[in-house]
Design a binder for this molecule. Structure first.
Ligand SMILES: Cc1cc2nc3c(=O)[nH]c(=O)nc-3n(C[C@H](O)[C@H](O)[C@H](O)COP(=O)(O)O)c2cc1C
Length: 181
């Protein structure tokens, strides 16, 4: 069952500080590989995941603007670190600090994408939730997704400009060591 059709229960799921949640996708973002940690934490089977688009675990608490930034960054050939809350098939949610990278062949041709996700430093999530809630509130004012994304990206840029940071710098300002101790 797709997690994104499940209503969130509000139950937060943790995974081990020493664990990595890994998925690989093709160039369109369709999942080609998921490790056991992903399947366990997302309460999904390999058969439910492989061949599905990555929004299978999309949580309604994730702003569209952040995914827009993610795809824009990946399509430009760059990697991105991002805080993401995901929805498991049983309604639980889990926060990750994701590192998503394009995979290219020897000629630079795009093969797909790769995401490694670690447990974020808990203290980082206060600032992340505050920012994401602001973006969600702006997005909720628009019925057309394109308008919601544009407004969300504009607010994100404004908040980051005020702080004098890129999104990448924002991410690392919250967890200087990168991952939970
Ligand atoms: C390698 C890779 C990993 C991704 N991981 C996630 C993820 O863990 N959770 C998520 O909601 N979206 C993830 N996405 C983004 C989704 O493709 C999608 O943009 C997002 O879920 C928003 O879906 P929507 O456009 O249907 O709102 C990932 C994309 C790529 C390329």
């Amino acid at each position: 069952m797709r997690a994104s059709r499940t209503s969130p229960t509000g139950v937060e799921r943790r995974f081990g500080d020493d664990e990595l949640i890994v998925t690989k996708t093709d160039a369109r973002g369709v999942i080609t590989y998921a490790n056991d940690v992903f399947l366990r934490v997302s309460a999904l089977t390999e058969g439910e995941v492989v061949g599905q688009p990555h929004n299978i675990i999309r949580h309604p608490g994730m702003p569209r603007g952040i995914f827009d930034l993610l795809w824009e960054t990946l399509r430009s050939g760059s990697e991105i670190f991002a805080y993401v809350v995901n929805l498991a098939a049983d309604g639980a949610h889990y926060w990750v600090l994701a590192h998503v990278t394009p995979s290219v062949d020897a000629h630079g041709k795009l093969l797909g994408y790769h995401s490694n996700r670690r447990v974020p430093v808990p203290a980082a999530l206060t600032a992340v939730r505050r920012l994401y809630d602001e973006l969600l509130a702006v997005e909720a004012r628009f019925s057309r997704p394109a308008e919601a994304v544009a407004a969300s990206r504009a607010l994100l840029t404004e908040r980051l400009d005020t702080a004098g940071m890129t999104y990448d710098e924002f991410v690392w300002s919250l967890s200087p060591e990168g991952v939970a101790a």
